[in-house]
Structures are given as C-alpha cells and as structure tokens.
Design a binder for this molecule. Structure first.
Ligand code: AMP
Length: 424
C-alpha cells in the first residue's frame, strides 16, 4: 500500500478542525498589531535560498530542475521569499511595512516528533524601523501570538548577536598571533547555537586562550540581567548597542510582556542576524521545544534591494499545536447547528427547502442523505455533534410545521419553520 512520503502528514478532518481554529486565532493577533497578510509561491529560484544561507543550504532543500531547465527549490522558510517580494514590488510602500504570512515549508530534515519534512510556519517581517519600540512591539507580537491561543507555559529569551560576537572577538584577540588566523568565529557560534558549551571551552583551550579570558567569556554567556550584560562593555559604540537592548527590554512590560529572560547564548546564524535575537520555547515539548525564532537581520541588500532596517520572526505552527495538545488544551469540538431528518422520502422537498433557508442564514446544516428514518437519523445527528435536529414527517407538513429537537436535553417542540432561527 502506498503511504505518505517520509516526514509528511495527512490531516484528518478532526486535525484540520483544530488547525483552523489555531490558525484563525493566530491571524487575529497579527491583524490586531496592524500586520497585513501576504502569500508567496511554494517554490522559488534555488538561488534565493543559496544567496541567503550559502551553498551548503542545498543539503537541506528539496531542489529540482523544471522542464525549462530552471533550478528551483521548495521553500524551506519564508523570510527570503517575502524579501524577494518586497524588492520586486513593495519598496515604494509607506514605512514601516508590516507583513505576515502562513505557509508550508520543506526541509530535508531527519523526521522526529515536532520535526517534519513538510511543516507550516506563521510569521512576519517588519521593514523600515529598528527603533527600540519597533523591536519591542515585534517581540510582544511573537509572545502574544503564542500566549493568546492559550499556551500556558512559554519561555521568551532575548539575546543580542552583536554583543555576543564582540565577546567571541575578545577571545580571539587574547590568542597568540599564530593561533589567531585559524580561530574560527563561525565555528564557535555554531557550537554555541547547538548549546555544546563543553566543545566551546575545549576549542578555546586548544587554541591557547588564557584561563581568565575563558572564564570571563562564560560568565558573559551566563548573564541573567541586562545590567550584568552592560558590565562587560565599556567602549562608546558598544555601550550604545547595550542601551538599545535595554530600551527594548524596558518597553516590554508596557506591551504586557512580563516574563523575559536575558540570554546571551542565542547565536542564530550570524551571517544574517545583526542585532537583537529572540526565541520562544515550550518546555513541555522536550527536545524539539523551540516554537519561535527571530530578530533583526540584513537581507534586502543582499537580494538586490536598497538595504532597510529589517526584523521578523517565524513560529512553527505544527509545534504550537503539539504544545497545546501536550498542555491538554480543550479545543471547541466540531459541531453542526442543525441536522434535518425527513421521516419518509415524501418530505424531501420541504426538508431540502428548509435546509437551504437555514444555510442562507449561515447556519451549518446537514440533511439525512441515506433516508434512514428518525431513530438512526438522530444517532447520526449525535455523532455529528448537532445542536438541534429537525424532524419533518407527514403530520408536520400538513400543519406547515416542523419538530425541533434539542439534542442535548432531548426536549422537542413543534413550531413553524420560520420560527426556527428565533428558537435557536
Ligand atoms: P527557523 O526558520 O529554523 O528559525 O524555524 C522557525 C520555527 O519553525 C522553529 O522554531 C520551529 O518551531 C519550526 N520548525 C523549524 N523546522 C521545523 C521542522 N523541520 N518541522 C517542524 N517545525 C519546524
């Protein structure tokens, strides 16, 4: 028997019901922050992603050559496509530009719980402002998209990659000349990103870094407050970066974000992120707990546009749902307003007419399509979680009435069909 390709999933109607509830709730929050939705193609020129992330990204991509010989890739994320769209069409729009998206992404990852080859991201880009209030609002949006859908336990951590790279540079500066050349800052940042601090320490000592410098570096990584971070910087320009970081943190309580962790260990791809970075985790998910990642970045110029202050984030939609399920979140179950049961086929015409009248009023209505009669019809109505059943028999038609049954109480009334809506 054929199955879904590895790392992909089917979604049953029960799952789609939950996904749609979640998506609607998330979209509401983006709209409430003044963001407008956009959509881009599922596949793009491969070059878009190699330009953003380097040639090695191809390992993680689904790539193909189309019949016209073009090298294409299924999108692994949506920031590069959004920036391509911005460069192509939106550069003249009033700033700041607030764009959000929802779409499927494809990565040739090793599948496991919370990690798929096809998954969905919802996220946004803020183009044209890097004021502290802009970045604070962006972070508040990420936090509230996740908290407003009902997640109870999420952890927001905020870092600053520029400050982190200055500290790695200080380690490099402490080395003897002959070791400096081979010191690989990108490698150190990759290890920090993987939280492999033992390897970082080993690498520093292998390079001959003095103990006090290593100790200082690790105490920087362990800073828990922005004042502690500030203690590591003294030069004017560096202090300006620290102040900006502090201002962003300072605005967060005004935006109703109270629980924030200072985390200098966030080392999201440094070739791309340029300033404040943040992540949101759901500890309940264990290994694949990261729900959201984002920050300030530079990409517009690299993709051919006029560079502009840019920031954004992406939330893993599937993981958000997993986290809600792990927290035993109660989704409102799918339901039907009315199930209509014509007792015999003779009552089909009035039953079908009533069906359409109620549907015109935007009620969700189903009708017995199997001519199964009252008993089995009611059982089916129950399985569809119908609020009411409408029974139409010979007597009802004669009196121009219907029998309306409240499915939870079992109460029945005989009323004229025009009264149904009021009654409901
Ligand atoms: P990234 O674009 O790598 O920063 O990812 C943003 C978010 O997307 C992550 O925090 C995850 O929640 C989610 N995500 C990334 N990769 C996958 C994947 N393979 N399967 C499911 N969710 C993912």
């Amino acid at each position: 028997m054929l199955t879904t390709p590895r790392g992909t999933r089917d979604f049953t109607s029960e799952e789609m019901h939950k996904r749609n509830l979640l998506l609607d709730a998330m979209k509401q929050t983006f709209l409430a922050y003044g963001y407008a939705e956009i959509q881009t193609p599922t596949f793009e020129h491969l070059e878009l992603f190699t330009k953003k992330s380097g040639a090695s990204i191809v390992e993680e991509l689904y790539t193909f050559t189309d019949k016209g010989g073009r090298d294409l890739a299924l999108r692994p994320e949506l920031t590069a496509p959004v920036i391509r769209l911005y460069n192509e069409q939106l550069q003249v729009q009033p700033k700041p530009l607030k764009l959000f998206y929802f779409g499927n992404c494809f990565r040739y990852d090793r599948p496991q719980k919370g990690r798929y080859r096809e998954f969905w991201q919802i996220g946004c880009e803020l183009l044209g402002s890097d004021s502290p209030e802009a970045i604070a609002e962006l972070i508040a949006l990420a936090f509230h998209v996740l908290s407003d859908v009902g997640l109870k336990d999420i952890v927001l951590r905020i870092g600053q990659v520029k400050l982190l790279s200055i500290q790695v540079q200080l380690v490099k500066d402490s080395l003897k000349e002959e070791e400096k050349d081979s010191f690989d800052i990108a490698l150190v940042l990759r290890l920090i990103d993987k939280e492999d601090f033992e390897e970082v320490e080993k690498y520093f000592y292998d390079k001959g870094c003095p103990e006090h410098v290593v100790t200082r570096f690790f105490s920087f990584l362990e800073c828990k407050t922005s004042d502690a971070v500030a203690g590591f910087f003294h030069e004017g320009q560096q202090l300006t970066i620290v102040k900006q970081y502090q201002k962003v943190l300072g605005f967060l309580p005004d935006l109703k974000v109270d629980a924030v962790e200072v985390d200098m260990r966030i080392a999201r791809g440094l070739d791309y992120y340029t300033g404040i970075v943040f992540e949101i985790d759901a500890p309940v998910l264990g290994a694949e707990k990261q729900l959201c990642g984002g920050g300030q970045y530079e990409l517009i110029g690299q993709l051919g546009g006029n560079e502009l202050a840019s920031s954004g984030f992406a939330i893993g939609f599937d993981r958000t749902l997993l986290a809600l399920e792990s927290e035993q979140f109660k989704f409102t179950p799918p339901r039907l307003d009315v199930f209509i049961i014509p007792v015999t086929k003779d009552q089909l015409p009035p039953a079908l007419r009533l069906c359409q009248e109620l549907r015109n009023q935007k009620k969700s209505v189903d009708i017995d399509l199997l001519r199964r009669g009252i008993g089995k019809g009611l059982k089916y109505a129950n399985s569809k979680n119908a609020t009411f059943a409408v029974i139409i028999g010979e007597k009802e038609v004669e009196q121009n009435k219907v029998t309306l049954r409240n499915m939870s109480s079992g109460e029945q009334v005989t009323i004229s069909s025009s009264e149904i809506i009021n009654y409901m």
